[in-house]
Design a protein around this ligand. Structure first.
Ligand SMILES: [Zn+2]
Length: 128
């Protein structure tokens, strides 16, 4: 069964689908899925179609997967300190606290729980 990846937009409850469609989450009243005919409390509406959670995958922006191998360092303050690095490999994953900001040739991700931040080579990662 094809799974559509849904990425958050700036509008709460609205998602950009990897199939090009815009999906809106509708919760509360039970409805029937257009594809599998199952009944669900939460449905994603795309034009005249309503699909249940079995056909979509939410990209939550709380976890990334690396697409390269590099020494990942957890910084707590000044980046000149150069803390010891841990080698992470392609396809390793990491929990992060949201979208990155640009930092030179890197993307800077804040870690959850005030554990500092990491610098990932630009675009060498993907949302899980
Ligand atoms: Zn369904």
């Amino acid at each position: 069964m094809p799974t559509v990846r849904l990425t958050e937009t700036h509008i709460r409850g609205r998602y950009q689908g990897s199939d090009g469609g815009i999906y809106t989450r509708v919760e509360g009243a039970e409805g029937q899925c257009s594809r599998c005919r199952e009944w669900a409390q939460s449905l994603y509406h795309r034009s005249d179609e309503r699909v249940c959670g079995r056909h979509v995958r939410l990209i939550t922006r709380t976890r990334i997967r690396f697409t390269t191998t590099f020494a990942c360092r957890v910084y707590r303050g000044d980046v000149a300190e150069l803390p010891p690095g841990t080698v992470v490999r392609r396809r390793d994953e990491l929990d992060v606290a949201g979208r990155p900001v640009r930092h030179g040739a890197f993307d800077k991700f804040v870690l959850p729980g005030g554990r500092g931040f990491v610098l990932v080579p630009r675009s060498r990662w993907a949302w899980v």
